[in-house]
Design a protein around this ligand. Structure first.
Ligand code: GSH
Length: 216
C-alpha cells in the first residue's frame, strides 16, 4: 500500500524534527512541505483547516491529517510493520513514554519561542531575558531527564534500539545547543547524542539537512 506521507513542517521546529526522525527510522519516504513560522504561514486558512491549533507538524498519511507529534509517532508505530519506536513490553513502553513526555510535555511548552518572547515583552527584559528563560528551563528539564535515564540502560534512551524517547531527546538537544546550554555534565544524555550522531535517520532529519524555507 502506498501511504503517500507528506509532512508539513518547519526546519527548526522540534516537534517536526521528532516526526522526521520517526519517519526516517521506519523507512517511510516522505515529502516535506515547509510552513514558514516566521511569516505566519501556520495561521493561514488553508493550514488551519488541516491543523486547527496552527501548530507544526501535520502529517498527511493513509488519507488522514494527523497532528500532535507524539500521537503521530504512536500512530506510525501502530501502523508500520516491524516498528521498534516503542518496546514490546508494557514496562518498556511506560519508560519510553515517560521519557518522551518529560520533554514534550514539560520542557517544550515553556520553551516555545512565543512563550519566551511574551515573557521578555512583559518584563521589558529583551533578548537577555529570553535567553535566560530558555537556558533555565532547558537546563532544569534536562537535569531531570538525566535523572530518569539512570533507570534505563544502553546506548539509546532505552536499550539498544532508537525509540520515541530518542525522537524527542535529539531535537531538544539541538535547542539546548542553540540557546547555549552546557550539556557536557549529562553523561547518559551525551552517550545517546554520540550514538545517534552517526545514524542516517537522525542525520537526514537534522534542521541543517532540511534547510530553511526559501522566504527566510
Ligand atoms: N505538542 C505539539 C507542539 C507543537 C508546537 O508547539 N509546534 C511549534 C513548533 S516546534 C509551533 O508550531 N509553533 C507555532 C506557534 O506557536 O505559533 C506537538 O508535539 O506537535
Amino acid at each position: 500500500m502506498n501511504r503517500n506521507p507528506v509532512l508539513y513542517d518547519y526546519w527548526r521546529s522540534s516537534a517536526s524534527y521528532r516526526v522526521r526522525i520517526a519517519l526516517n527510522l521506519l523507512g517511510l519516504e516522505t515529502e516535506l512541505r515547509p510552513v514558514n513560522l516566521l511569516t505566519g504561514a501556520n495561521q493561514t486558512e488553508d493550514y488551519l483547516s488541516m491543523n486547527p491549533q496552527g501548530l507544526l507538524p501535520t502529517l498527511v498519511i493513509d488519507g488522514k491529517h494527523l497532528t500532535q507529534s507524539l500521537a503521530i509517532i504512536e500512530y506510525l508505530h501502530a501502523t508500520t510493520k516491524g516498528s521498534k519506536l516503542l518496546p514490546e513490553k508494557i514496562d518498556g513502553q511506560y519508560q519510553v513514554r515517560q521519557l518522551a513526555y518529560a520533554i514534550a510535555m514539560e520542557i517544550h511548552p515553556v520553551c516555545n519561542l512565543s512563550v519566551a518572547k511574551h515573557v521578555s515583552e512583559l518584563t521589558g527584559g529583551g533578548d537577555e531575558t529570553k535567553v535566560n528563560w530558555m537556558r533555565h528551563f532547558i537546563n532544569k528539564g534536562l537535569t531531570a531527564f538525566e535523572g530518569l535515564l539512570q533507570d534505563t540502560d544502553g546506548p539509546f534512551c532505552f536499550g539498544d534500539q532508537p525509540t520515541m524517547a530518542d525522537c524527542c531527546l535529539i531535537p531538544q538537544l539541538y535547542n539546548a545547543d542553540r540557546w547555549g546550554v552546557d550539556t557536557t555534565g549529562f553523561a547518559r544524555i551525551e552517550t545517546v547524542r554520540k550514538t545517534t550522531d552517526g545514524l542516517e535517520p537522525f542525520k537526514v532529519a537534522h534542521p541543517d539537512a532540511v534547510g530553511a524555507p526559501p522566504a527566510e
